[in-house]
Design a protein around this ligand. Structure first.
Ligand code: PMT
Length: 322
């Protein structure tokens, strides 16, 4: 046995039954599933590939009437910028993202106060509002791209906040995309909790600090990648992400994930360097993607390279299946 295999952790995986038993089903899941299915069918029939991008961090409540929760870190930048590059490569995109995390195109203006960019004509009293384009870099180009994508119906946003919502919506997306087989790609950039408190063990009301220091015990979240690859989307091209803070274990963990789940690619990244360096690991290859200083100065983004690499691999995957 390879040494890395023996060190792979054997976290429980999840089947369809246990998902509904352990995690509350969101009330709108069926409605979202049919919208996603119609989106996939429409774009599949037009010969387009469809990518499901997950983005942002999941939230795990500590109380039923939630005041406090455990959050996984992710700004959503990776997912939002990748969505733009997939659209540029001709994909239709389902963007399953954490409520209020970064969003394609608008992410470019994060931190800018919109009201500071607008002027109201008070001199002539026309009520006309003008935009100071110098305060919104490249706004005409970005707006043009956004409107093209919107009018062609190429971007379908779906929101989640809690881990339960994420898990059920991801499963619904996999079922919705099954009609297009290998033309579907899953790009799992969201940061998903490994721990949760089952509803039956969760206090209903706000935990009282007057009871002293807080000790909580959390259960392991089953790895959703396993049923996704094996049962829900067996024909699709699946890319997961592996995030570590210790670079020395990164590649070993990425290889473990590939070996365990038998999907197509893992994008391995370290928290501090994630915007300038990743490794795309597949069964037979390992490709480092790096931003040079000159590229960083020109504001090239590493997601452009990741998406170019994966969309090429996806096309090869589709051709092999034909
Ligand atoms: O959003 P940014 O700020 O730009 O940051 C981007 C990022 C660092 C969040 C992103 O590049 C990234 O690495 N995302 C994956 C983070 C993560 O959850 O890694 P992990 O090692 O805990 O999980 C690995 C994979 O298992 C993930 O693809 C996840 O979808 C999957 N998983 C995780 C938990 C779980 N219960 N089931 C799963 O299937």
């Amino acid at each position: 046995m390879n040494s890395f295999i023996s060190r792979c952790n054997t976290m429980a995986s999840c089947d369809s039954g246990s998902l509904s038993e352990e995690f509350a089903v969101p009330s709108h899941v069926e409605e979202v599933r049919s919208v996603m299915a119609a989106f996939a069918e429409q774009h599949g029939a037009a010969g387009r590939m469809v990518v499901l991008i997950t983005s942002g961090g999941t939230k795990v409540p500590l109380e039923s009437r939630t005041v406090r929760f455990l959050d996984n870190f992710s700004s959503g930048r990776r997912g939002a910028s990748s969505a733009e590059y997939f659209l540029a490569h001709g994909y239709a995109v389902i963007f399953l993202h954490r409520h209020r995390s970064l969003y394609p195109y608008t992410r470019l203006y994060t931190g800018i106060n919109l009201l500071d960019c607008l002027t109201l004509d008070t001199v002539h009293g026309s009520g006309l509002v003008t935009v100071d384009q110098r305060k919104l870099p490249n706004i005409t180009e970005v707006l043009k791209r956004y409107q093209e994508v919107k009018s062609a119906g190429l971007l379908l946003p779906v929101e989640f906040s809690t881990l339960s919502e994420y898990l059920h919506l991801l499963k619904a997306a996999a079922q919705a995309l099954s009609s297009i087989g290998s033309k579907a790609m899953f790009y799992l950039a969201a940061a998903v909790s490994d721990f949760y408190i089952p509803a039956s063990e969760m206090p209903e009301h706000k935990i009282q600090s007057s009871n002293g220091p807080l000790q909580i015990s959390m259960k392991m979240v089953p790895k959703i990648l396993k049923p996704l690859v094996k049962d829900w989307a067996p024909k699709a091209f699946v890319t997961s992400f592996k995030l570590e803070t210790d670079p020395s274990i990164l590649l070993e963990r990425a290889r473990c994930a590939l070996d365990t789940y038998k999907h197509q690619a893992v994008v391995a990244n370290v928290l501090d360097t994630r915007h300038g360096y990743v490794v795309v690991v597949t069964k037979d290859s390992q490709k480092e993607l790096v931003l040079t200083d000159e590229e960083a100065q020109r504001e090239v983004e590493i997601e452009e390279k990741i998406v170019k690499n994966l969309s090429h691999a996806h096309t090869q995957f589709i051709n092999q299946k034909m």
